[in-house]
Every structure is written in structure tokens, then in C-alpha cells.
Design a protein around this ligand. Structure first.
Ligand code: FE2
Ligand code: FE2
Length: 355
């Protein structure tokens, strides 16, 4: 598991980083569109229609406009912070664009009018988000070539239900991440070293709404949230939380600049995400148990050691790398068997973002 980000000094570097395939970098997805197209929203009709009206209202249509602040922004950040901030923006633009490409393709492939409509709205939002981040990257001279990325990046196939679990979590975690940073900078404006953070509040409401679409899709088919699928949900929860923990702990400079502690920030995000995910998931990870925290920390240390092994190279480096991959798998398995909390799924699905 490689954890150190390469230097980003040009658009080419930024595009190469976005195009990377590692455990920690955002992926592009494809799925069985025909199968997903058969999903039927009738059992959640009232809530679905209400949500679609909200999308139609498009209350963020004027939000992603640049203001003069951006031209006078602080671009001479200390080198280490600059790198981590650029890495954060490149990773964010990749994941926003990943959503855009997937939702757009779904819109194109689906004939189911409910799903086609929803995917069109979500692709619209994600295109705005990706474009907005890329403008800030352009200020630093390191915009990602999104057209190239769309053609060149590897697409990972996930069955429809896995797409639902993974994208649902990534939308809700995206909401929780953006709102936590926004609230922190509301309390401590002196830590706001770039104007983009001011956009996070209204932005994260888009992500929240995207999560609501996926929540309703899952709730439309109770099989997706019961039986053996509970094991898959647990798997995705641990994979997503674990990845976030390891990746965020490579951003100490960024977090310090924002006045955040990486571990505290991550656990706040887990907490918000778990509260939201009660709308769909019949289980919840017990993130407060010491063994869970210790497991994540172990994954992080394995990541650091893997980096060192990779840098060392040669046969010894390779052997160490292989050993560490086994250690990572074992740690993951131990996290997987920890007790989880049961959750009674509520009759009403839609929630209001109040964090
Ligand atoms: Fe987004
Ligand atoms: Fe989104």
C-alpha cells in the first residue's frame, strides 16, 4: 500500500497523479447498467418525487462562481503545505469527476425514467464541482486534464449493489468531510488559507442530496439491505473508513494549517457518516472500540512501512512489501470480525443535513 503522494509541479504531474491506480486514490467505475436500470422506485415513490423536485429547484445553480478573492488568494504557501493542498485538490477533483463520469454514463444508458432523471441531475452537480476545483488548480498552474483522464483512466467494474454501497458512502462521507472543515473554519477563520473552503457549506448539501438518491435506491429493494448483503455492507464500511484514515494521515501539514488533528477529524467524519447511514444500513461500525482504533492505526503504520520498502526497492524491498501486504490483509480481517452495532432502519428515508 503506497501512501506518499508524488510531487505536483505541472498539469502533467497533476493528471498523472489523478490517473494513478493505488489503494488510496479515487477510482472510476463501470457497472451492469441494464441490470441497474430494472430497479423500481415505486415503493419509495413519495420520497423519490420530493427529492427530484429539490434537484429540479437547483438551489446551487449560482453557487460555483468565482469571486475576486480567488485572484488575490495566497499562492505562496509553504512548500510542504502547498504539496499536500494540491494533492488534496487533485484527489478531490478526481473523485468529483469520477462521480460525474459514472452518473453521466448511467443517464445515457438508463431508460428507466426515474433513474435517468436522477443521474442527469447528479452528473450536472458533479461536473460543476469538478470544474470549480480545477479552476483553483489552474491558479497554481496544475489543472488536471479531465478529458484525458476520462479516456485514459482504468475503469473498475462493480456489480450494481456494490456501486450503491460504495457511492452512497462516498457521497455521505464527502458531505461529512466538507461540513466538518467548513464548521472548523467558521470557528477559526484565521485558518482559512484558501477561499475555496468558503464554498464547502452549500457544496456539501449537493453531496448530501446525492447520497439521498442512492439511499432511496437501496431502500427500494430491501434485499440489498438484509441477509448476506449485511456482510458486504460491513466490508464496504471498513474499506472506506480504513482508506480514508490512512490517506488523511498523510496530510498532517494540511490538517495543521486548518487547525485540525487528523485522527479527531476522521473520527468526527465517521461519527457523522454513521449517524446518517442509519437511514439505510442495518449495521453500524463501533468506531469507538479501542480495537477498531488500534486496527486503523496498524493499517496506517503498515502503509508507512510499505512506502519505505518501495523506496528501498530490490529483492529485500519486494519481500518486505509482500510481507506488509499480508499484514494489511490480516489487519483488515481482524477489523472485519469486530462486533458491530445493530440498527433498526427507520420508516422514513430522507433526512435533513443538520451538521
Ligand atoms: Fe460532488
Ligand atoms: Fe456527489
Amino acid at each position: 500500500m503506497e501512501t506518499t503522494a508524488p510531487l505536483i509541479a505541472s498539469s502533467q504531474d497533476a493528471t498523472a497523479v489523478a490517473n494513478q491506480e493505488t489503494m488510496l486514490t479515487p477510482r472510476f467505475y463501470t457497472t451492469d447498467y441494464a441490470k441497474m436500470n430494472k430497479m423500481d422506485m415505486s415503493s419509495v415513490r413519495a420520497e423519490w418525487d420530493k427529492l427530484m423536485l429539490e434537484f429540479e429547484g437547483d438551489n446551487n445553480h449560482d453557487h460555483f462562481q468565482r469571486t475576486p478573492e480567488f485572484s488575490s488568494e495566497i499562492r505562496d504557501l509553504p512548500p510542504a503545505l502547498r504539496q499536500e493542498f494540491l494533492d488534496f485538490l487533485v484527489s478531490s477533483v478526481t473523485s468529483e469527476f469520477s462521480g460525474c463520469v459514472l452518473y453521466k454514463e448511467m443517464e445515457k444508458q438508463f431508460t428507466n425514467p426515474d433513474l435517468k432523471l436522477a443521474m442527469g441531475y447528479m452528473a450536472r452537480d458533479e461536473a460543476r464541482h469538478a470544474g470549480f476545483i480545477n479552476m483553483s488548480l489552474r491558479d497554481f498552474g496544475v489543472a488536471v486534464d479531465l478529458g484525458f483522464l476520462k479516456r485514459a483512466k482504468k475503469y473498475t467494474f462493480f456489480r450494481p449493489k456494490f456501486i450503491l454501497y460504495a457511492t452512497y458512502l462516498s457521497e455521505k462521507i464527502g458531505y461529512a468531510r466538507y461540513i466538518s472543515i467548513f464548521r472548523q473554519l467558521e470557528r477559526h477563520p484565521e485558518h482559512r488559507f484558501h477561499p475555496i473552503f468558503k464554498w464547502f457549506e452549500r457544496w456539501c448539501n449537493d453531496e448530501f442530496r446525492h447520497g439521498e438518491v442512492l439511499a432511496l435506491m437501496m431502500r427500494s429493494d430491501p434485499k440489498l439491505l438484509s441477509g448476506v448483503n449485511k456482510l458486504w455492507i460491513r466490508f464496504f464500511l471498513i474499506a472506506v473508513y480504513g482508506t480514508m484514515y490512512v490517506r488523511d494521515h498523510n496530510r498532517q501539514e494540511l490538517h495543521t494549517a486548518l487547525g485540525l488533528d487528523s485522527t479527531k477529524y476522521d473520527f468526527e467524519v465517521f461519527d457523522i457518516t454513521s449517524q446518517i447511514a442509519r437511514q439505510v444500513f442495518p449495521i453500524e461500525l463501533d468506531v469507538e472500540q479501542p480495537k477498531f482504533r488500534a486496527g486503523l492505526e496498524r493499517l496506517r503504520l503498515i502503509g508507512v512501512a510499505s512506502d519505505a520498502a518501495q523506496k528501498q526497492g530490490g529483492v529485500i524491498g519486494k519481500l518486505k512489501g509482500a510481507g506488509l501486504a499480508i499484514a494489511a490483509a490480516t489487519t483488515f480481517a481482524r477489523l472485519y470480525v469486530l462486533p458491530t452495532k445493530r440498527n433498526q432502519i427507520p420508516p422514513q428515508v430522507l433526512m435533513v443535513p443538520t451538521w
